[in-house]
Design a protein around this ligand. Structure first.
Ligand SMILES: NC(=O)c1ccc[n+]([C@@H]2O[C@H](COP(=O)([O-])OP(=O)(O)OC[C@H]3O[C@@H](n4cnc5c(N)ncnc54)[C@H](OP(=O)(O)O)[C@@H]3O)[C@@H](O)[C@H]2O)c1
Length: 345
């Protein structure tokens, strides 16, 4: 299969290139750049040298959609909403890693992203690519909206309790933390080394653009459209997300019962690992991998559940989940080309 990457010079695009370079079903990779066409990727990033050379190409939607079997769009929000409509109708299947195609409601996109939304017909074509919950629709899709990093960790953590209607919907609190690569390769005052190192800060309180994405999927599972509390923090580490999630149960459950519930949903899912009762994961347990690790317990004094969900934001939160989606789109084993073990230390 031939794959193309838009945004290959960015953090997500580089991870896509790294994974696709050794994917057994990928015979050719084309890299596109809006700012550095003509330059050689391996000279720009010597860490990728040693194999074939890739000259960065201009974006030409007419050619791209006919020459490639799959196109990954890893550009900032606002790009895919304009580019995807031009890529439809060709040979290529499209996997968008940005937030442009995730929200079904164009007005919600405008409100949270402060940008013009993609056309409604494009949004209607896009399938939300959370493989553990949506693999059937993904297999039949032509366009995938790859989930955001925070939503991936949060939704995989909440899925079992929400879809079983065990939680009081007004009680959901997601307390999430991310490493600085979540903001992409360009430094800003918040992610600049001098500010971020030895620092721990909350940002975008009640304003984060991932809030409507999480609420949208929760309402698909429960039918309940009540808002959630979702807070994001920047941690002085390069990669990794931890979502610590609190929900109050409608009825009493033991930690063992909750553990069994999570196993029921995830035992057969190769990339979600549920910890034994009383055990909780750390971000380094999934570093550089497509895994989401989850620990769950309940405090019998408050009847409140604590769910801890960790991912690598650039992998399960972006690039490797996009490849998992590609595998499903092309009817491959979803594990194909996704190295099994995380990097440690
Ligand atoms: N970082 C994460 O953890 C993460 C996780 C999940 C999802 N995402 C989403 O994935 C997307 C990429 O994130 P990132 O962290 O990789 O960002 P990034 O490091 O800033 O890279 C984005 C790349 O997009 C390209 N680009 C910029 N403007 C463009 C345009 N007008 N048309 C085409 N390409 C353009 C740039 O490459 P050229 O200048 O070479 O074109 C740039 O290298 C974003 O939408 C982000 O929200 C990121």
């Amino acid at each position: 299969m031939k794959a193309g990457i838009v945004g290959a010079t960015g953090y997500g695009g580089m991870e896509l290139f790294r994974i696709l370079s050794t994917h057994p079903q990928i015979s050719q990779i084309m890299l596109y750049s809006s700012s550095r066409a003509g330059e050689v990727y391996e000279e720009m990033f010597p860490r990728f040298a040693g194999g074939s050379r890739h000259e960065l190409q201009d974006l030409d939607p007419e050619k791209m959609k006919e020459e490639q079997d799959v196109l990954f769009l890893a550009a900032p929000s606002g790009v895919s909403s304009e580019l995807t409509p031009e890529l439809l109708g060709g040979k290529a299947k499209i996997i968008d890693v940005s937030g442009d195609l995730r929200l079904r409601d164009p007005e919600a996109y405008q409100q949270w992203y402060k940008k013009p939304p993609a056309p409604v017909e494009t949004l209607q074509e896009a399938v939300y690519g959370l493989p553990e919950w949506n693999s059937e629709a993904i297999r039949a899709a032509g366009v995938i909206a790859n989930p955001g990093c925070y939503p991936t960790a949060s939704l995989l953590g909440l899925g079992p309790v929400i879809s079983e209607n065990l939680a009081d919907p007004s009680s959901i609190v997601i307390d999430a933390k991310s490493g600085v690569s979540g903001a992409g390769k360009n430094a800003n005052p918040l992610t600049h080394f001098a500010h971020a190192q030895e620092n721990f800060q909350i940002y975008k309180v009640n304003q984060h653009q991932h809030i409507p994405e999480i609420e949208q999927q929760l309402s698909v599972w429960s039918g309940d459209t009540r808002p959630v509390t979702f807070s994001t923090h920047l941690v002085p580490m390069t990669k990794g997300i931890m979502a610590t999630i609190y929900v109050t149960l409608k009825e009493e459950k033991t930690a063992e019962e909750l553990h069994s519930l999570f196993l029921k949903y995830y035992e057969s899912k190769p990339f979600v690992r549920v910890r034994r009762p009383g055990e909780f994961p750390a971000t380094k347990d999934v570093y550089g991998s497509n895994y989401c690790d989850i620990g769950v317990t309940v405090d019998p004094r408050t009847n409140r559940v604590t769910i801890v969900s960790v991912i690598d934001n650039l992998m399960k939160g972006a690039a490797s989940q996009a490849v998992q989606n590609m595998n499903l789109l092309f009817q491959l084993d979803e594990r194909t080309g996704l190295a099994p073990h995380p990097v440690y230390p």
